[in-house]
Design a binder for this molecule. Sequence first.
Ligand SMILES: [Zn+2]
Length: 399
Amino acid sequence: MQTKYDRGDIRRLNAVSALKQLREHGPLSRAQIADKLGLTRATVSAIVADLISASLVSESEYEEGGVGRRGMLLDLNPSCGSMIAVELDIDRVVVVLANLGMKFLWRGEASLSAPVSADEGLRRAGALVENALRRGEELDLPCFGIGVAWAGLVKRATGELAYGPISGWQSVPIKGDWEARFGTPVYVENEAHAGAIAAHHLGMPRGVRDLIYLSLGVGLSSGVFVDGGLLRGSEGYAGQVGHTPFVAEGHLCGCGRKGCWVTEIGASGVLRKLRAEGVHLPDAADSSLDWIPGICEMAQAEDPRVLRVLAEEAKQIGEGLVQLVQVFNPSRVVLGGHLRDILALCEDQIRETLEQRVLYPMGKDVTVIVSASPEDQLKGCLATVFEAVMSNPMPASAR
Ligand SMILES: [Zn+2]
């Protein structure tokens, strides 16, 4: 059957194309947009009128060539609305309100001391979202949507928190509940997928088509971009590399099995090895990540016990990455998550192990970097909302 498009569809697709030109090349004049899209100026004027009335695009006057002729330039309007990002982590929840230009306008945080039930965790997260929405209203910025990053398996079709190997949460229908409660679209992502989205859309350089984002903290998972698209798998669970078997009959994992990769390189593995080296760590280290700055200081002071643990950490990260690089052949690997500062101290050793072990010549062309931002997950949530706005442009108030 032939698909028929009505005039509204075509106008919307043209609006999407015009927005794409503005975000990549803006500011632009109407004539420049018409040239780039191969459309008539009349068509572009009509599209632009829609986008200006939706406040997605703003125009400003400029002088042409210093001869007194005036023209109008168009650009995306970052102040046309707001977006909310929610990082629902194992030990805390962070919520930010941002404008469409990704500028943070408000931030709230609450700690979740383990074990926290899904009801309690979502109650605290929901209260912060309410505060963020209130702040957006005060600033007269209608909300385009809420992006949620969660440290567990997210069912793609329903936006449900399907299973948290560490939190134990199961089948939580957050998308449906929150869309009904807050009246705005809700997009739910696994936290490593959110990190990968940030690395792809906002990394330097932007738009890397084949990349792996490894998120390492208490848990471990990955987000993989293949040929410009996020690899989700049939249900949305792709990338759970933390629970791949790594050591035969190794340490017991939160998932109930033994020897998963995360039991070696995740926070609990690092703590276990530090203690075995005789490094004193308070009991509270097991329930928070406050020990990381102290260990980084000891590494910088070249404490040989800490350096031995970091060398082993780097080797085991590199060895696991070999498998991923050989399967996906990325051009870039980004290491992020709460152990980021520790990874930065053994970045060269990780790279070395990878280069030595990966099949020639795959290691030559892959760049391995530690993320410079502690906010990849939040930015990935915002990028998800932003991409949704760009692909279906209409005013936030009408969504
Ligand atoms: Zn496991």
